[in-house]
Design a protein around this ligand. Structure first.
Ligand code: 5GP
Length: 173
């Protein structure tokens, strides 16, 4: 088995507080926090609390099917958030890690420039003019095609996150 990068719940809490401080210090405060489900949900929630932001949305992306096993490209899967809520807003996209960076790139492209790919879940070319999109992650890997605007940690190992390091529970009665 390969060496892993282990993130504990404590590390997670500390990291998100640090990341929020970095964002506050940058002088840019988002209006809306968008979590990339599922890996970005806990980081995005922790960040939104630490920044005092209540407006949150979720984009659901599927890419990794297993450790180092991916679909050809990340894809947007339902349920789809209403992107019109982002018009004119400062949007912070949050994920657990930018590994290839393709997931973050897909979502920031969708939100900023391209609108939804034609035919995506029946929404054709829905396009919104946001004020600005920035990205935040706990980890970035050196091969990432995107450098997140805000990031805490660098690694090139496979990361074990505390919310996904065990298999789902099954009934024990
Ligand atoms: P990317 O599109 O940047 O290659 O990765 C997208 C998603 O794949 C991440 O948000 C995360 O959910 C998953 N992923 C990528 N690298 C890792 C890793 O090292 N550990 C875990 N647990 N998930 C990863």
């Amino acid at each position: 088995t390969q060496e892993r990068e282990i993130l504990t719940w404590q590390d997670f809490g500390d990291s998100m507080r640090n990341l929020a401080q970095e964002i506050a210090n940058s002088g840019w405060m988002p209006d809306v926090v968008v979590a990339l489900a599922r890996g970005g949900l806990l980081p995005a929630g922790a960040l939104a609390y630490a920044l005092g932001i209540k407006a949150m949305g979720t984009m659901n992306i599927e890419f990794y099917t297993d450790i180092s096993e991916t679909l050809p490209d990340p894809i947007l899967i339902p349920p789809l958030m209403d992107l019109s809520a982002l018009r004119g807003k400062r949007v912070l996209i949050v994920d657990d890690v930018a590994d290839s960076g393709k997931t973050l790139k897909l979502v920031s492209d969708i939100i900023q420039t391209k609108g939804l790919p034609s035919g995506t879940h029946g929404v054709d070319g829905q396009y919104v003019q946001v004020d600005e999109v920035r990205t935040a992650c706990i980890f970035v890997k050196s091969r990432s095609v995107i450098v997140p605007d805000y990031v805490c940690k660098h690694t090139d190992l496979w990361i074990n996150f505390p919310w996904s390091d065990k298999p789902p529970v099954t009934a024990d009665n």
